[in-house]
Design a protein around this ligand. Structure first.
Ligand SMILES: C[S@@+](CC[C@H](N)C(=O)[O-])C[C@H]1O[C@@H](n2cnc3c(N)ncnc32)[C@H](O)[C@@H]1O
Length: 256
């Protein structure tokens, strides 16, 4: 398997939705380096193929990372890509309930940072707030959580915010026309074509059947909601380190 090619195809697919995807990763990793130095132990939460971990390790070779996700196909790509790299551990767990902490099996305070991108909106709001609390328990004092996702500025809600969303959708179509990159459905079709991955792709589709039917619960509260939820979860400091139209990177830092 050409794992590097699959990583590039994943990135290209994600970038059609978020042409500024690298900017948000950079902002997140800048915050980590600024506050935690260049050898952090990171939890890449709902990390999929390990996009954040790859960028972390390229930038900070002395860092280490645990990639957690529920999707067996994306984790298979992560496992193939990071095979033999002792800095990376991969764990399958479902963030839908607190049981993911048991599946992870890491003691409290064992991470410097928890990083997540384009993922927590897949959970209902009350679980996002709970995941913030659960992640806080895994961080050492002074540790940091960063979440990059769709989170509007509440000062720009209503028709103004809807205008930004329509613009982002048109931009996605334009990037796709320009690059020929597949959309979400196209990516999965492409992946199912690899005999080595057919079984995990089928398992993944069964796991996410509800999502495919569109009957799942998503949450996209504004960034102020996330800042408030982080403070409620015990983060002494919380705010934004990046914004691009309706998306943002929210960061919480624990007290020492
Ligand atoms: C759009 S992908 C983003 C992956 C990665 N963070 C990135 O930026 O490339 C969303 C990820 O969230 C994961 N995810 C969704 N629901 C989850 C859950 N309940 N538990 C764990 N992971 C979940 C998906 O499997 C997928 O890997």
């Amino acid at each position: 398997m050409d794992w590097e090619l699959l990583q590039q195809q994943w990135d290209a697919q994600q970038e059609t939705y978020m042409p500024d995807r690298e900017e948000r990763f950079t902002a997140m990793l800048d915050a980590v380096e600024a506050w935690l130095g260049s050898a952090p132990r990171v939890l890449d939460l709902a990390g999929g193929t390990g996009s954040i971990s790859r960028r972390l390790l390229t930038r900070s070779p002395r860092a280490s990372t645990v990639i957690v996700d529920v999707d067996p196909a994306l984790l298979a790509i992560a496992a193939g890509s990071f095979s033999g790299d002792g800095r990376v551990r991969i764990c399958r767990a479902d963030l839908a309930t607190p049981a993911w902490l048991d599946a992870l099996g890491e003691p409290p305070g064992s991470f410097d940072a928890v990083l997540t991108a384009t993922a927590l909106h897949w959970l209902p709001e009350e679980r996002v707030a709970a995941v913030y609390r659960e992640a806080a328990s895994l961080l050492r004092p002074g540790g940091l959580l960063a979440n990059a996702d769709h989170m509007a500025d509440d000062g720009l809600e209503g028709s103004v915010g809807a205008g930004l969303d329509s613009f982002a959708e048109a931009r996605t179509a334009a990037v796709r026309d320009l690059t020929g990159a597949p959309d979400w459905a196209g990516w999965w079709e492409q992946l199912a074509g690899y005999p080595e991955l057919a079984a995990v792709v089928a398992e993944r589709h069964a796991r996410f059947a509800e999502r495919a039917r569109g009957t799942h619960t998503e949450s996209t509260p504004p960034s102020s909601w996330h800042v408030h939820a982080l403070r409620q979860a015990g983060f002494a400091h919380a705010g934004l380190v990046w914004r691009g139209l309706g998306d943002a990177v929210v960061v919480g830092v624990l007290g020492d």
